[in-house]
Design a protein around this ligand. Sequence first.
Ligand SMILES: [Zn+2]
Length: 124
Amino acid sequence: MIKLIDPIEHLLNCIKKKYPNLKCLIQFDSDYQKNNNSESFANTCFPDDGSEPVITIDGTVPYSASLELISHEIAHVICHQELNQDLTKCSEEEAHSSVFKKEFEELHLLYSSTYKNYVDSFYL
Ligand SMILES: [Zn+2]
């Protein structure tokens, strides 16, 4: 049997446990910055029709950075879906409010406080 200790899987499992109804699609674009003429390495699109948000991560970023980017973007999805912040109409500053920062920090804490148990489970 081949096993993979995958930090992204662990992060998503943490999020699913805390927010079982959260919905979004995460995709990697091999050249997101270039394709979108963007200085950012990640983005979340909230479609006008209310369908699930799409998180895009630039595929050129290191694996460890993508983990942080996914957490950042999912904190936006949490603010939008769970806390009813309309992120389609707010400014960049409003999108990164204290509420957003609290969610982002909580994701980090949830992830880091359970990661050792996740890794240990592969060796039992
Ligand atoms: Zn952001």
